[in-house]
Design a binder for this molecule. Structure first.
Ligand SMILES: [Zn+2]
Length: 131
């Protein structure tokens, strides 16, 4: 990959890192109430209403929050990994087969560790394991 491509992706990763970090901070401030920022920026929770939880739904809300939080933490870890790989000069190289992952794939998925071929194999194996 070219230097300017890596620079571009690094910037993208740093932006994402900042976004996820502020979402996590925001969520903490709101206790386990799901922060507006998480809901609106992921788009997945657009139906979420921020009115006080009814009795009995609190556990559900807390579980939902924990799931989102775990996702965010996992994503943040992936972003930090990717930034470390940039520093080490191994970014953009498939961790399994060693070929270039390619700029286009990284542009849409900057935390990718595997090339599309290895990723498909990995996903396939996981699906088989679950069966
Ligand atoms: Zn590969």
């Amino acid at each position: 990959m070219k230097d300017y491509e890596i620079k571009y992706l690094k910037k993208k990763l740093l932006n994402e890192q900042q976004k996820v970090e502020s979402q996590l901070t925001q969520a903490k401030k709101n206790n386990f109430g799901i922060g507006e920022s998480i809901g609106s920026s992921t788009g997945e929770l657009s139906t979420y209403d921020n009115h006080p939880a009814d009795l009995g739904t609190e556990t559900f809300e807390q579980e939902k929050y924990m799931t989102i939080r775990n996702h965010q933490l996992e994503y943040l870890g992936d972003i930090r990994d990717a930034l470390q790989r940039i520093d080490r000069g191994t970014y953009g190289i498939c961790a399994y087969c060693g070929i270039d992952i390619g700029f286009e794939r990284l542009d849409s998925y900057p935390t990718a560790k595997l090339c599309i071929g290895c990723q498909k194999r990995e996903d396939g194996e996981e699906i088989n394991k679950n069966l």
